[in-house]
Design a binder for this molecule. Sequence first.
Ligand code: FAD
Length: 324
Amino acid sequence: MNEMVQPDDVFNCDNGMAPTCAVEGATDTPVPIEGIRGRLTQDAPLAKYVWFKSGGHADWLFEPADVEDLKAFCERLDGNMPILTLGVGSNMIVRDGGVPGVVIKLGKEFSNVEITGPTTLKAGAAAPVSIVSRRAGKAGIDGLAFFTGIPGSVGGVTKMNGGCYGRETKDVLVDCDVVLPDGQFVKLSNADLQYSYRHSALPDGATVVEARFEGFPGDPETIRAEMDRISSERKESQPIGSMTGGSTFKNPPGHSSWKLVDAAGMRGFRHGGAQVSEKHANFLINTGNATSTEIEELGEMVREKVYAHSGLQLEWEIKRIGRP
Ligand SMILES: Cc1cc2nc3c(=O)[nH]c(=O)nc-3n(C[C@H](O)[C@H](O)[C@H](O)COP(=O)(O)OP(=O)(O)OC[C@H]3O[C@@H](n4cnc5c(N)ncnc54)[C@H](O)[C@@H]3O)c2cc1C
């Protein structure tokens, strides 16, 4: 029989030891914890983990101690609960009603970056891709400088096929290790992920734990200059210091979303505490105390205006998760 946790029980097992607290009693959403070394929290606030700094709680938040722990945890869930893995929340709205099931958040145990060959490297899924790009550049591995412009994690870009300046994750990712919702550990190749624009075929509920990348030989100084150029261009053109979620809508084929939003007169438009960025019309920002509902409603208002003005339906790029 699996042990059960009660509301508000928090297991902080950073020392790598198994939880010693024997927990009894049923809960609305029982979670088996026997043998689990990570940190498991019920009713965990998620706003602090996402760039918009808004939204509700996860029914359960699990921060695994390592890959084995994650596998064991998922096996014990037995496929009975929805699982969603958070990166650094730079492309996500967590709805105000919170997220059902288990949200997985990978910590520093999953953020190692290692050069593995003259043009190859591997990185844990929690590593920021800006660090991956810097490490590659220093080692004379070219082709990953575009990652400097993306504030996401390795797991996030692997799922989203993150890209900019004409390059995408699919151009540099070799393969990745993934824990499936039933705890199976699999290696998925670039081809398995069937990449297209800001989309992959990563199965629902799967967690990327590590990815391997390949670039091409380059000069560290030249790569650094390219990364500096990308960083300063981004500072000029995007509301980097704001509570935002990156590009709100995918670019329709042959069009730029920001131009369509601008042409529809929505730049700077406010709804409650949410606003279309004055700096970049395809970014929404939380001006202070916006709810996720206000942010999402603003996005829908923008879609309506753009459709009325141009006849084009914008498609959300930002992932919206949870209950309204
Ligand atoms: C200022 C700013 C600029 C941006 N510029 C760009 C840009 O130029 N190009 C671009 O492509 N994006 C850009 N983004 C968006 C964002 O950085 C990317 O989409 C990035 O890939 C998201 O990574 P994340 O770690 O924040 O993922 P999250 O926002 O946390 O999650 C995004 C999706 O990835 C999934 N996910 C995250 N980690 C994992 C994992 N380990 N395993 C499985 N699934 C996972 C989540 O479940 C979710 O579906 C920008 C965002 C901001 C705020």
